[in-house]
Design a protein around this ligand. Structure first.
Ligand code: HEC
Length: 189
Protein backbone atom coordinates (compact mmCIF):
# COMPACT_ATOMS: atom_id res chain seq x y z
CA UNK A 1 0.00 0.00 0.00
CA UNK A 2 2.80 2.31 0.98
CA UNK A 3 4.64 1.61 -2.28
CA UNK A 4 1.46 2.21 -4.22
CA UNK A 5 1.05 5.54 -2.47
CA UNK A 6 4.63 6.59 -3.27
CA UNK A 7 4.17 5.56 -6.86
CA UNK A 8 0.94 7.45 -7.08
CA UNK A 9 2.59 10.55 -5.64
CA UNK A 10 5.46 10.28 -8.10
CA UNK A 11 3.12 9.93 -11.04
CA UNK A 12 1.09 12.85 -9.79
CA UNK A 13 4.22 15.01 -9.57
CA UNK A 14 5.38 13.95 -13.03
CA UNK A 15 2.02 14.61 -14.59
CA UNK A 16 1.75 17.99 -12.96
CA UNK A 17 5.33 19.17 -13.41
CA UNK A 18 5.07 20.17 -17.08
CA UNK A 19 1.83 21.98 -16.40
CA UNK A 20 3.54 23.82 -13.54
CA UNK A 21 6.46 24.81 -15.78
CA UNK A 22 4.10 25.95 -18.44
CA UNK A 23 2.27 28.15 -15.99
CA UNK A 24 5.58 29.74 -14.99
CA UNK A 25 6.32 30.78 -18.58
CA UNK A 26 5.21 34.37 -19.23
CA UNK A 27 1.85 34.68 -20.91
CA UNK A 28 1.30 36.00 -24.38
CA UNK A 29 3.85 38.55 -25.45
CA UNK A 30 2.43 41.99 -26.05
CA UNK A 31 4.07 44.11 -28.74
CA UNK A 32 3.41 47.37 -26.97
CA UNK A 33 4.35 46.22 -23.48
CA UNK A 34 7.22 43.78 -24.14
CA UNK A 35 8.62 44.18 -27.65
CA UNK A 36 8.48 47.90 -28.48
CA UNK A 37 10.61 48.96 -25.46
CA UNK A 38 13.40 46.57 -26.53
CA UNK A 39 13.40 47.78 -30.14
CA UNK A 40 13.14 51.40 -29.01
CA UNK A 41 16.12 51.31 -26.67
CA UNK A 42 18.41 48.91 -28.54
CA UNK A 43 17.70 49.03 -32.27
CA UNK A 44 15.93 52.21 -33.37
CA UNK A 45 18.98 54.48 -33.17
CA UNK A 46 20.35 52.69 -36.28
CA UNK A 47 17.23 51.13 -37.77
CA UNK A 48 15.04 54.11 -38.55
CA UNK A 49 13.96 56.15 -41.52
CA UNK A 50 15.27 56.26 -45.06
CA UNK A 51 18.88 55.90 -43.91
CA UNK A 52 18.19 52.81 -41.79
CA UNK A 53 21.21 50.54 -41.43
CA UNK A 54 20.95 47.37 -43.49
CA UNK A 55 17.91 49.07 -45.09
CA UNK A 56 15.96 47.70 -42.14
CA UNK A 57 13.61 50.29 -40.66
CA UNK A 58 12.10 49.07 -37.39
CA UNK A 59 9.90 52.07 -36.67
CA UNK A 60 6.62 50.76 -38.14
CA UNK A 61 5.01 47.45 -39.05
CA UNK A 62 5.00 48.42 -42.72
CA UNK A 63 8.76 48.96 -42.91
CA UNK A 64 9.70 46.23 -40.42
CA UNK A 65 7.97 43.52 -42.43
CA UNK A 66 9.23 44.78 -45.79
CA UNK A 67 11.57 42.49 -47.70
CA UNK A 68 15.28 43.09 -47.41
CA UNK A 69 18.03 41.95 -49.73
CA UNK A 70 18.04 38.56 -48.02
CA UNK A 71 14.28 38.30 -47.73
CA UNK A 72 11.86 39.08 -44.94
CA UNK A 73 13.54 39.82 -41.63
CA UNK A 74 10.52 38.90 -39.54
CA UNK A 75 8.76 35.69 -40.56
CA UNK A 76 5.58 35.60 -38.47
CA UNK A 77 5.36 32.27 -36.67
CA UNK A 78 9.00 31.23 -37.12
CA UNK A 79 11.78 32.87 -35.16
CA UNK A 80 14.37 30.47 -36.60
CA UNK A 81 13.52 31.66 -40.13
CA UNK A 82 13.68 35.31 -39.06
CA UNK A 83 16.87 37.27 -39.63
CA UNK A 84 15.86 39.56 -36.78
CA UNK A 85 16.12 36.64 -34.39
CA UNK A 86 19.15 34.88 -35.88
CA UNK A 87 21.17 38.11 -35.78
CA UNK A 88 20.27 38.50 -32.10
CA UNK A 89 21.01 34.89 -31.27
CA UNK A 90 24.46 34.93 -32.86
CA UNK A 91 25.19 38.20 -31.05
CA UNK A 92 25.89 40.17 -34.25
CA UNK A 93 23.12 42.69 -33.51
CA UNK A 94 23.56 45.25 -32.13
CA UNK A 95 27.05 45.37 -33.73
CA UNK A 96 29.97 44.48 -31.52
CA UNK A 97 30.67 46.97 -28.76
CA UNK A 98 27.40 48.87 -29.23
CA UNK A 99 25.34 49.38 -26.11
CA UNK A 100 22.83 48.71 -24.72
CA UNK A 101 22.69 45.01 -25.58
CA UNK A 102 19.62 42.80 -25.20
CA UNK A 103 19.60 40.39 -22.27
CA UNK A 104 18.86 36.67 -22.68
CA UNK A 105 15.33 37.51 -21.55
CA UNK A 106 14.95 40.23 -24.21
CA UNK A 107 16.05 37.79 -26.90
CA UNK A 108 13.57 35.22 -25.55
CA UNK A 109 10.79 37.82 -25.62
CA UNK A 110 11.52 38.71 -29.25
CA UNK A 111 11.70 35.06 -30.28
CA UNK A 112 8.41 34.27 -28.53
CA UNK A 113 6.79 37.33 -30.09
CA UNK A 114 7.75 36.10 -33.58
CA UNK A 115 6.68 32.51 -32.81
CA UNK A 116 3.34 33.77 -31.53
CA UNK A 117 2.65 35.46 -34.88
CA UNK A 118 4.67 38.70 -34.64
CA UNK A 119 1.62 40.86 -34.09
CA UNK A 120 2.40 44.55 -34.53
CA UNK A 121 -0.63 46.87 -34.38
CA UNK A 122 -0.54 48.94 -37.59
CA UNK A 123 -1.21 52.17 -35.75
CA UNK A 124 1.71 51.65 -33.41
CA UNK A 125 4.91 53.26 -34.59
CA UNK A 126 8.13 53.59 -32.66
CA UNK A 127 9.45 57.12 -32.56
CA UNK A 128 13.22 57.38 -32.58
CA UNK A 129 13.03 60.61 -30.57
CA UNK A 130 11.55 58.75 -27.59
CA UNK A 131 15.05 57.87 -26.47
CA UNK A 132 18.32 59.75 -26.22
CA UNK A 133 21.24 58.33 -28.17
CA UNK A 134 24.79 59.53 -28.78
CA UNK A 135 23.47 61.38 -31.83
CA UNK A 136 20.35 63.14 -30.56
CA UNK A 137 18.48 64.11 -27.41
CA UNK A 138 15.20 62.24 -27.04
CA UNK A 139 12.12 62.98 -24.98
CA UNK A 140 13.84 61.31 -22.03
CA UNK A 141 16.61 63.97 -22.10
CA UNK A 142 17.12 65.45 -18.65
CA UNK A 143 16.44 69.04 -19.64
CA UNK A 144 13.07 68.07 -21.11
CA UNK A 145 11.85 66.49 -17.85
CA UNK A 146 9.37 68.38 -15.67
CA UNK A 147 11.03 70.34 -12.89
CA UNK A 148 10.89 68.62 -9.52
CA UNK A 149 12.28 69.69 -6.18
CA UNK A 150 14.91 67.14 -5.14
CA UNK A 151 15.30 66.36 -1.47
CA UNK A 152 18.68 67.76 -0.51
CA UNK A 153 20.95 65.45 1.50
CA UNK A 154 20.99 66.13 5.23
CA UNK A 155 23.78 68.44 6.33
CA UNK A 156 26.97 66.44 6.80
CA UNK A 157 28.79 69.22 8.64
CA UNK A 158 28.10 72.60 10.11
CA UNK A 159 29.94 74.11 7.14
CA UNK A 160 27.23 73.53 4.62
CA UNK A 161 25.16 76.63 4.38
CA UNK A 162 22.94 76.21 1.36
CA UNK A 163 21.18 73.19 -0.17
CA UNK A 164 23.53 73.18 -3.19
CA UNK A 165 26.53 72.85 -0.84
CA UNK A 166 24.89 69.84 0.75
CA UNK A 167 24.70 68.04 -2.59
CA UNK A 168 28.41 68.74 -3.16
CA UNK A 169 29.33 67.62 0.35
CA UNK A 170 27.33 64.41 0.01
CA UNK A 171 29.15 63.56 -3.23
CA UNK A 172 32.54 64.39 -1.72
CA UNK A 173 31.77 62.18 1.28
CA UNK A 174 30.78 59.34 -1.04
CA UNK A 175 34.27 59.47 -2.54
CA UNK A 176 35.93 59.87 0.86
CA UNK A 177 36.97 63.45 0.14
CA UNK A 178 37.03 66.47 2.43
CA UNK A 179 36.02 69.91 1.20
CA UNK A 180 38.66 72.65 1.31
CA UNK A 181 38.30 75.15 4.11
CA UNK A 182 36.36 78.29 3.19
CA UNK A 183 38.50 80.81 1.27
CA UNK A 184 39.27 84.16 2.82
CA UNK A 185 37.50 87.10 1.25
CA UNK A 186 40.76 88.23 -0.39
CA UNK A 187 41.51 84.78 -1.90
CA UNK A 188 37.92 84.51 -3.03
CA UNK A 189 38.24 87.74 -4.99
C1 HEC B 1 24.85 50.86 -33.89
C2 HEC B 1 23.95 50.58 -34.98
C3 HEC B 1 23.04 49.38 -34.91
C4 HEC B 1 22.22 48.99 -33.87
C5 HEC B 1 22.04 49.63 -32.50
C6 HEC B 1 21.50 47.83 -34.35
N1 HEC B 1 21.89 47.53 -35.63
FE1 HEC B 1 21.13 46.05 -36.84
N2 HEC B 1 22.34 46.64 -38.35
C7 HEC B 1 23.30 47.64 -38.28
C8 HEC B 1 24.09 47.67 -39.52
C9 HEC B 1 25.24 48.60 -39.82
C10 HEC B 1 23.55 46.65 -40.36
C11 HEC B 1 23.99 46.28 -41.77
C12 HEC B 1 25.21 45.42 -41.73
C13 HEC B 1 24.93 44.04 -41.25
O1 HEC B 1 24.01 43.39 -41.73
O2 HEC B 1 25.66 43.61 -40.33
C14 HEC B 1 22.46 46.02 -39.60
C15 HEC B 1 21.70 44.97 -40.06
C16 HEC B 1 20.70 44.35 -39.33
C17 HEC B 1 19.89 43.26 -39.82
C18 HEC B 1 19.98 42.63 -41.21
C19 HEC B 1 19.12 43.39 -42.19
C20 HEC B 1 19.18 42.79 -43.58
O3 HEC B 1 18.13 42.64 -44.19
O4 HEC B 1 20.28 42.47 -44.03
C21 HEC B 1 19.04 42.89 -38.82
C22 HEC B 1 17.99 41.81 -38.87
C23 HEC B 1 19.29 43.77 -37.70
N3 HEC B 1 20.31 44.64 -38.04
C24 HEC B 1 18.62 43.71 -36.50
C25 HEC B 1 18.90 44.54 -35.42
C26 HEC B 1 18.19 44.49 -34.17
C27 HEC B 1 17.02 43.55 -33.88
C28 HEC B 1 18.73 45.43 -33.35
C29 HEC B 1 18.38 45.73 -31.92
C30 HEC B 1 18.42 44.65 -30.99
C31 HEC B 1 19.80 46.08 -34.09
N4 HEC B 1 19.86 45.52 -35.34
C32 HEC B 1 20.58 47.13 -33.59
C33 HEC B 1 23.49 48.51 -37.23
C34 HEC B 1 22.83 48.45 -36.01
Amino acid sequence: MRLACTLFTLIAICVHAPAGLHAAAPARVSFQRDVAPILRTMCISCHNGAEAKGRFDLTSAKTAFARGEDGTRIVAGSSSASLLFTRLKDGSMPPEGKMPRPSIRDVAVLSRWIDQGARWPRSLTIDRYDVTTDRWAGRDWWSLQPITRPISPSAASSRSTGPVDRFIEARLAKHGLEPNPPATRRTFL
